[in-house]
Design a protein around this ligand. Structure first.
Ligand code: SF4
Length: 233
């Protein structure tokens, strides 16, 4: 398991509950707006290989927090590209922690196995764009069937989850909200995250974040589709 960083304590992911966040290394997408892309691009990732956190050190840390921590959040870049993610999560569950997985949909078989074996308690899944237009954002060719399969798994299992979308004026408007909704129709929670205009993977990307007033207008449209719709600033 390639662990690039650990945030030992946060109350932000689950208000009132204490979580540790584990950041893995690398991602299969190349989203224009990715910031901290040093952890994504292979030529940059190599710089971190000597500074990875050993798995044994992570578990030694967890064992000292058994009475204090509620959740372990596994995030990335993209955790499901790690070959031993399944075994890693099994070991966390053996310590009786709740597990949240952040993912970009790219491994439905692993997702289904983890859910079926009760190894996940919450999944946050990125929905970048309408599936048929995905490449406009992720900038690589990916098999759309994988995304559809992951979405179906999430909607059909009785597991707590959220969808989330990073938004920018360059590519996001009322019509796109409608098109994304048609891909995830029936979803319970869908969060929007405003673009952070800094350190972007595509330096030529001229996307701009929305103003608070513009976000409020978008939220009115978007609330017509889904029960829980919040903007994360
Ligand atoms: S924004 Fe997320 S999914 Fe996109 S390249 Fe960066 S880490 Fe990967």
């Amino acid at each position: 398991m390639l662990i690039s960083w650990i945030k030992k304590t946060t109350l932000l992911d689950f208000p009132g509950k204490v979580a540790t966040i584990v950041f893995t290394l690398g991602c299969n997408f190349r989203c224009h707006y990715c910031h901290n892309y040093e952890f994504v691009l292979p030529e940059k990732v190599a710089d971190f290989m000597n500074d990875l956190i050993p798995e044994v050190a992570f578990f030694n840390f967890l064992k000292t927090r058994v009475w204090f921590l509620d959740w372990v959040v596994i995030t990335g870049w993209e955790p499901t590209i790690q070959k031993d993610l399944y075994e890693f999560i099994v070991k966390i569950k053996e310590l009786w922690f709740l597990v949240k997985l952040d993912t970009n949909w790219q491994n439905p078989e692993l997702l289904e196995r983890l859910i079926a074996e009760n190894l996940l308690d919450y999944v946050a899944m990125d929905i970048k764009y309408p599936f048929l237009k995905y490449k406009k954002i992720i900038w690589v060719d990916e098999d759309i069937a994988k995304f559809i399969k992951s979405k179906d798994i999430l909607l059909n299992w009785n597991l707590d989850y959220e969808f989330r979308t990073t938004i920018s004026k360059w590519y996001f408007d009322e019509q796109i909200i409608k098109e994304i909704w048609e891909d995830i129709v029936g979803a319970k929670r869908w969060y929007l995250q405003n673009l952070e205009e800094k350190n972007l993977l595509n330096a030529g990307f001229d996307g701009k974040s929305f103003t608070p007033d513009e976000l409020n207008e978008l939220q009115v449209v978007w609330a017509g589709y889904v029960d829980v719709c919040e903007v994360r600033k």
